[in-house]
Design a protein around this ligand. Structure first.
Ligand SMILES: [Zn+2]
Length: 397
């Protein structure tokens, strides 16, 4: 009923040429309206959304409105999101404790449950060609990436198992070095790059047709992957060190150039601490202040008080666009995409990019900066799809 009323209002407003919702058959000229249209017309692939772990901690039905996080079906539809790569995130602590294989399977089960609950809204995507197919059917594709190679537990059979379950990229390590690779966050540098088993994992991922994700790994591990891999690789959710000096979790210029030469793609992470240096510094200073607080301090209330004194310097749509621009100027528009890290970076998302309904804001910004619609399509999905297809083609050959 409410919908009908707004349609009526809209129709009458259209007669006065003042309605903002231009019919999609008419190409809008103002960036905001055109961006809304493009978001619905183009494929949008976001390579990093942490729904599985979010639901593990606090279950909600994301096939309907689920305000506990940044992803749900209504908002994904509104934002034009077609294919989120759901991150099967495994904490680094399980490397020693064990249980990674079990948890990864349970998290994959939980994504299949979403499709089971709402098969008219979602479908699992195991092949790059599924995305366009599901788009035609009006369904959102759920693709799977595994964040941390810990569940492989030293057995290539497990990697094959996860391929069969639909995992299409593996982030080799997370916040600590594991049995596969060193992590950017872990200064111990156990392997000085990849472990001998990690080298086998790279070769096996090439053979199976899985994308190798170099987000989170150390620079040494990155360069060893680039040297060994027979296919293009991705950074599923990384930004640029040029804007956050000293933050090894992001990529520096030489790495982006090596990635482009490999034919790969960097999918820009939206999290403020990845995008602007002040937010990254804020995080470090907060950590230090918390560590210096008296024992037994409640982190939540400490954080609230700290925030009052030192407001968080949020990034915004433009600071995220600066990263896309930078990659484009450095190596070209063919090597950049988006990996938001929604449901993964807490309350640190940029103004204007707070959840999966906001991709049109990013597209509007790209239009305003002079990107052509063909270039925007590459950034929103085309570049990632090129890599995925190349990885599939290599496996077939
Ligand atoms: Zn991550």
């Amino acid at each position: 009923m409410k919908h009908q009323t707004s349609l009526m209002t809209c129709a009458s407003l259209l007669l006065l040429a003042g309605c903002s919702s231009t019919p999609s058959s008419v190409t809008a000229t103002d960036p905001a309206t055109r961006a809304q249209q493009l978001a619905q017309q183009l494929l949008i692939v976001d390579t990093h959304i942490d729904v599985p772990y979010r639901l593990k901690d606090k279950w909600e039905d994301v096939s309907v409105s689920a305000p506990g996080g940044e992803f749900d079906y209504p908002r994904a539809k509104a934002g034009g999101l077609n294919a989120p790569f759901m991150s099967v995130y495994i904490p680094s602590s399980l490397e020693k404790k064990g249980g990674g294989y079990l948890l990864a399977n349970q998290l994959i089960d939980s994504m299949e449950a979403i499709v089971g609950r709402a098969p008219d809204k979602f479908a699992m995507a195991h092949h790059s060609s599924d995305l366009a197919l599901h788009f035609k059917q009006g369904k959102i594709s759920l693709a799977l990436g595994m964040e941390n190679g810990t569940p492989i537990e030293g057995k290539l059979e497990n990697l094959q198992h996860f391929y069969q379950r639909g995992i299409r990229y593996v982030t080799l390590a997370h916040s600590e070095s594991n049995h596969i690779a060193d992590s950017s966050y872990d200064l111990r540098r156990r392997w000085q790059g990849l472990s001998p088993f990690g080298e086998q994992v790279v070769a096996e991922m090439n053979r199976l047709g899985m994308m190798i994700d170099i987000s989170h790994v150390s620079d040494q591990a990155f360069y060893q992957v680039i040297k060994l891999t027979k296919t293009p690789v991705i950074a599923s959710h990384s930004s640029l060190r040029a804007f956050v000096p000293g933050f090894e979790r992001n990529m520096d210029d030489a790495m982006v150039q090596a990635l482009a030469k490999n034919g790969g793609v960097i999918q820009i992470n939206f999290g403020s601490s990845f995008v602007v240096s002040q937010a990254n510094q804020w995080g470090l200073q907060f950590k230090a202040a918390l560590a210096a607080a008296p024992k037994g301090t409640d982190e939540k209330s400490f954080r609230a008080a700290y925030l009052k004194q030192y407001p968080y310097p949020f990034a915004n749509v433009d600071t995220v666009l600066d990263h896309i621009d930078y990659v484009t100027k450095l190596v070209g528009v063919d090597y950049v995409g988006i990996g938001s890290d929604y449901d993964g970076v807490g309350d640190s998302l940029p103004e204007g990019l707070k959840d999966v309904s906001t991709y049109p804001n990013l597209i509007a910004g790209l239009l305003r900066r002079g990107y052509s619609e063909a270039e925007i399509e590459k950034i929103m999905s085309g570049n990632l799809l090129r890599v995925w297809r190349a990885v599939e083609a290599h496996a077939k050959s």
